[in-house]
Design a protein around this ligand. Structure first.
Ligand code: TYD
Ligand code: MG
Length: 493
């Protein structure tokens, strides 16, 4: 008889240890180690008697079944999944409570059902009547979706094994599911993992696509074991600011497509509306002509997206000035501030700095550096930037503006939305930007841009007086004269 082996398994990441410890070295979580028997779940008596089964080995070039992908009927959802649902794949959709996960998936199942596919919606959180009520509100009550309010995985699997194989199964949510095979209570790590495993096995066996809804913890992680994220084929997160109507579906992992595509939706009284031109939406509430705003011509996946960056630079009353950023990488902001200080003579150590990406979008591209710097300087010297200009370019630590990819796509989108000029890296003209129809202001160095913006600066009325007045001053310099920031110096002079 095989010796039973006990080890301590982290319930968060699945790392194994041979003694207990308070903190998992692998994922850094506390109190997640639990003792588990890792001998294997199959009884030894069966294992030892079982003969190996032979199976056919296939070639890589063999024919696959038809229609490996099935469109969800929602173009924005298809964009994020990489072109539709893959047969037998399992997706995990996470998001804050109330963000619209159930709404999105009710709409997707209804679309599939209306297209003649068997689509099933299993809710473990809401009663059938509640789901019906939502469907009615969405105007989808007539869609032939198969609906149930169930939480037992075994019951769900045996019910769905009957009849035609469902093309889409939504499980809302994985945290409410439980299986007989493990003892612990629903919602615990072991239950979530075992339930997910059973459902994934069902998907792989039948070819049905399963979407699992996952709750997120306060810091935005999908609750439960990280191993669920490793088990599924795609992890999507549904994000948005509570106060705004925009919702963004983003993929964190996708075995069948790119992970940088986003799907943009708008929450309306009639459910989620797909937004095919996000730039228009993100720029719709723009306040023209106010200092501290710059339009960034970005790329999300394969699609150009124009978005407004808003900065506020104000004298601080704190010993350590505040640096707050929403929608952008805080370390990227620190870097831009450091370059402004070191190479452009912009002293920001006495100022609070706030940076916000309008519309709830989260930018990851370094190409946003230039727009962020422009917005920051514009706020500091109280000089509005030209309203018809877009900005993009990466700032290097030396203050040089570095080229970024996909210049023509960015310029085309800007032209389409009525912009007249672009402030961009020097090499961009050769990158196919030359015949874009926009006026191109190339900048080789951040110092040039800062000087240009500062030259347009006007005094800011209610700004606090400078506390000290060093920093050199030529009376001719409009910025220095009013000296709100006082520590602003034009390197070029
Ligand atoms: P829901 O899909 O239940 O969120 P989740 O499943 O992610 O918890 O969406 C709930 C919110 O969406 C709720 O606050 C109301 C809003 N909503 C609308 O604004 N319009 C609609 O048509 C629907 C169905 C919901
Ligand atoms: Mg829900």
């Amino acid at each position: 008889m095989a010796k039973s082996t006990l080890s301590f398994i982290c319930q968060n990441c699945g790392a194994a240890y041979n003694r207990w410890q308070g903190k998992c070295d692998s994922c850094g979580e506390w109190n997640t180690l639990a003792e588990e028997d890792t001998t294997g779940s199959v009884p030894v008596s069966i294992r030892s008697k079982r003969k190996g089964r032979t199976f056919a080995l296939e070639s890589l070039s063999g024919k696959t079944q038809d229609a490996p992908r099935l469109s969800s009927g929602m173009a924005e959802l298809d964009r994020v999944t990489g072109g539709g649902f893959v047969r037998g794949s399992v997706l995990l959709v996470g998001g804050d409570p109330g963000i619209g996960k159930s709404t999105l998936l009710t709409q997707a199942t209804s679309m599939m059902a209306r297209a003649g596919h068997r689509a099933v919606y299993i809710s473990g959180e809401e009663a059938v009547a509640q789901v019906r009520l939502r469907a009615e509100r969405l105007g989808l009550a007539d869609a032939p979706v198969q609906l149930a309010s169930e939480t037992s995985v075994e019951d769900i699997v045996s019910t769905l094994s009957e009849g035609a194989v469902p093309r889409l199964i939504v499980i809302d949510s994985i945290q409410t599911m439980w299986t007989d095979t493990v003892e612990s209570a629903p919602g615990t790590v072991t239950q979530v993992r075992a339930s997910a495993q059973a459902l994934i096995r069902f998907a792989k066996k039948t070819g049905a696509t399963i979407i699992l809804v996952g709750h997120v913890t306060k810091d935005g992680q999908i609750a439960g074991p990280r191993v669920v994220e490793h088990m599924v084929d795609a992890v999507l997160s549904f994000e948005g600011e509570g106060s705004q109507q925009f919702r963004i579906l983003r993929s964190a992992k996708n075995r069948f497509g790119a992970t940088d595509e986003i799907g943009v939706f708008e929450m309306t009284g009639l459910g989620l509306r797909e937004v095919t031109n996000p730039s228009e939406l993100f720029l719709s509430e723009r306040e023209l002509g106010s200092p501290g705003t710059a339009v960034f011509a970005g790329i999300e996946g394969t699609r150009p997206v124009l978005v407004e960056l808003q900065a506020l630079v104000a004298p601080t009353s704190l010993g350590t000035p505040r640096r707050a950023v929403v929608g952008w990488d805080p370390s990227r902001l620190s870097m831009v501030l450091a370059v402004l200080e070191a190479h452009c003579g912009v002293k920001l150590s006495g100022h609070d700095v706030y940076l916000n990406v309008a519309g709830g979008l989260r930018i990851q591209e370094p190409a946003a550096d230039l727009a962020a710097a422009a917005a920051l300087v514009s706020s500091l010297v109280n000089a509005p930037l030209p309203t018809d200009a877009v900005y993009f370019g990466e700032i290097s630590l030396s203050g040089a503006i570095r080229p970024v990819a996909q210049t023509p796509a960015r310029l085309k989108e800007a032209l389409k939305l009525g912009f007249g000029r672009a402030i961009l890296p020097e090499s961009a003209r050769g990158d196919g930007g030359g015949d874009s129809g926009l006026a191109l202001n190339t900048v080789g160095n951040l110092t040039t841009l800062v000087a240009e913006i500062a030259a347009r600066g006007t005094p800011r009325g209610g700004r606090a007086a400078p506390r000290d007045d060093q920093g050199g001053s030529s009376a001719a310099d409009p910025v220095e004269k009013n000296a709100t920031p006082a520590r602003f110096r034009r390197e070029t002079s």
